[in-house]
Design a protein around this ligand. Structure first.
Ligand code: HEC
Length: 134
């Protein structure tokens, strides 16, 4: 009896921990979506400093996403995140150097990782929200 109760508590804790990390994840993605829009605008306006700041933020956000999927042992998702992280790092350098054509080309290549990962690892729930698919 005691054992069953203990097991139930463990299970509950595991579920709480799980949904917690999924919620963190959703917050990152919302943030990433907004920062990515801002980066695009700043690159278009040739605002090098602001664009570099956005790109640096995305670089570290995707490093976190990469770690998240590394823990889940999802290799292809991890690779999409790693490519995105590296791409945004490159954009940050190109934007600070005033190389806006190069930065725009890198932006295009880097954001291909968004759709690539979404196609394979994002699932639309019945209520219209998104879920992670491993
Ligand atoms: C490694 C995989 C991966 C990469 C790379 C990735 N995403 Fe996502 N994204 C997801 C998953 C999984 C979800 C659904 C999970 C969720 O929203 O909780 C998601 C959801 C989103 C959402 C919806 C958030 C919400 O629930 O309202 C936005 C916006 C988003 N991503 C933007 C981006 C942009 C922009 C990029 C590229 C710069 C990107 N993502 C790259 C995996 C990825």
């Amino acid at each position: 009896m005691k054992r069953a109760a203990l097991l139930a508590i463990c299970l509950l804790l595991a579920v709480v921990a799980w949904s917690q990390s999924d919620m963190d994840y959703q917050r990152w993605m919302k943030d990433i979506g907004a920062t990515c829009g801002s980066l695009k605008k700043n690159l278009g306006a040739k605002n090098g400093e602001a664009a570099a700041a956005d790109a640096k933020k995305l670089h570290s956000d995707f490093a976190q996403v990469q770690m998240f999927f590394e823990k889940k042992h999802s290799d292809d998702a991890k690779t999409f995140a790693m490519n995105a992280s590296e791409g945004f790092n490159k954009i940050a350098m190109q934007a600070s150097a005033g190389k806006f054509d190069d930065a725009a080309a890198t932006f295009k290549a880097t954001t291909a990782n968004c759709g690539g990962c979404h196609d394979m690892h994002r699932e639309k729930a019945a209520d219209g929200s998104f879920k992670i698919k491993y």
